[in-house]
Design a protein around this ligand. Structure first.
Ligand code: PHB
Length: 392
């Protein structure tokens, strides 16, 4: 090799080294979040709300926290848990994300849990609502809700408000089973009677045959849990079958009356009483600002899934601030435990023992205000923990 060739080689090697260290420095300066949500399929409205809310939060607060640049990598799992698992694996192994987040349905949150544990990567659950989710990994933190939080409260409310006979219609998978279990426990303990119980499939449910059974059972009210995104179709079939005319009121957790679909449901939704964690009509300044900003950005009303996403990204920002930018899983989870802040839904916190969300549950009634339908809150239960854990 000539001297000239040797010099060229040395220069090239030095260049490579420089390039590698610049890349490493860049990686250290970036915190990557893998956002896995359903952007297509039956649960797409959940993914879109969460994606919208995360983008809105980052526009409002910038994309740098504690000297780190925040990079969100969005992946569509269509709410199919095999996809969730594959995407979480790719994000952790190839993209080297620091955090995985999203999870539009319980089976998706379950599918990612072993990977979060193995890789020590926080899994921020922004949507799914089955109690046991947070017990599937010490790296799971939840900013959504549990069905137990709302279903226990609507069960007690039904008893106190003279509802004696209830027919139930619940989506036949884990959060539906939780909703039914917690409602039944509270409603029957207070003397209420379940006169009909139907479970509908999660995917593309046709409610019509089930609604006929509900009508024949002649209950005072029907308790309904369908996941976000299905309420519009449910209420359409409810009205078509004449259940509104036969005086069978809808009660339940608020998922069926999701704010993003409520206006399209028409007057058959009027009077429905549900217990839930968020209403677009929540009368706080934080919420008014949130609703106005979301409407301005996306020309639609945010629902509770948007709020789960908004709070989830806030939790990540606040945790990074607290760790001074340290982004390993153990530091982030430790920082998230006990964190408290004011969300558009009201005051919330992360239970340091369970890593689950503690929040107000509101009882609301659908009313028309200025020509639009809203869930108007009329009673508040403060700082509700997930009853699925406190009973242990
Ligand atoms: C869930 O799959 O855990 C889930 C999804 C949508 C909801 C509630 C629960 O509205």
């Amino acid at each position: 090799m000539s001297i000239r060739q040797k010099t060229l080689l040395r220069v090239a090697a030095a260049g490579l080294l420089l390039g590698a260290s610049a890349l490493a420095a860049q990686a250290q300066d970036t915190v990557k979040i893998g956002l896995i949500v359903p952007m297509t399929g039956g649960q797409a409205s959940t993914g879109k709300q969460i994606d919208n809310a995360v983008k809105l939060y980052m526009q409002q607060h910038g994309d740098t926290v504690a000297g780190k640049k925040i990079e969100v990598i969005l992946k569509d799992d269509a709410a199919v848990p095999d996809n969730t698992k594959r995407l979480a694996q790719e994000l952790i192994v190839n993209d080297k994300v620091n955090i995985i987040a999203g999870f539009g349905v319980t089976p998706a949150a379950f599918a990612a849990a072993p990977l979060a544990t193995q890789a020590k990567v926080p899994e921020v659950v922004m949507a799914a609502g089955t109690s046991v989710i947070t017990e599937k990994s010490p790296y799971i933190v939840r900013t959504s809700f549990t069905l137990g939080q709302s279903s226990t409260i609507i069960g007690d409310w039904a008893v106190k408000n003279g509802i004696k006979k209830v027919a139930t219609l619940t989506s036949d998978y884990a959060p539906g089973h939780d909703a039914l279990k917690f409602f039944k426990e509270h409603f029957t303990a207070g003397g209420g009677q379940i006169v009909e119980e139907v479970k509908v499939p999660l995917a593309n449910p046709d409610f019509a045959p089930f609604l006929q059974r509900m009508k024949d059972a002649k209950p005072d009210a029907m308790f309904v849990f369908v996941p976000a995104g299905q309420g519009g179709n449910f209420m359409k079939q409810y009205a078509e079958r004449g259940l509104d005319k036969s005086g069978i009121k809808v009660i339940g957790p608020g998922d069926v009356m999701d704010d993003d679909l409520l206006n399209g449901m028409g007057d058959s939704a009027l009077g429905a009483v549900t217990a839930h964690i968020y209403s677009a009509a929540h009368p706080s300044q934080v919420n008014k600002d949130f609703v106005a900003a979301y409407k301005k950005a996306y020309n639609q009303r945010p629902g509770f899934m948007a709020v789960g996403g908004y709070d989830g990204i806030h939790l990540i920002y606040a945790a990074l601030q607290k760790t001074g930018g340290k982004a390993d899983g153990d530091s982030l989870i430790a920082a998230m435990k006990g964190m408290a802040w004011e969300s558009p839904r009201g005051p919330i916190s992360i239970d340091p023992e369970t890593r689950d969300i503690v929040q107000n549950v509101y009882i609301r009634k659908v009313e028309k205000k200025d020509g639009e339908l809203y869930n108007v809150e009329f009673e508040t239960f403060k700082d509700v923990k997930d009853p699925g854990k406190t009973k242990k």
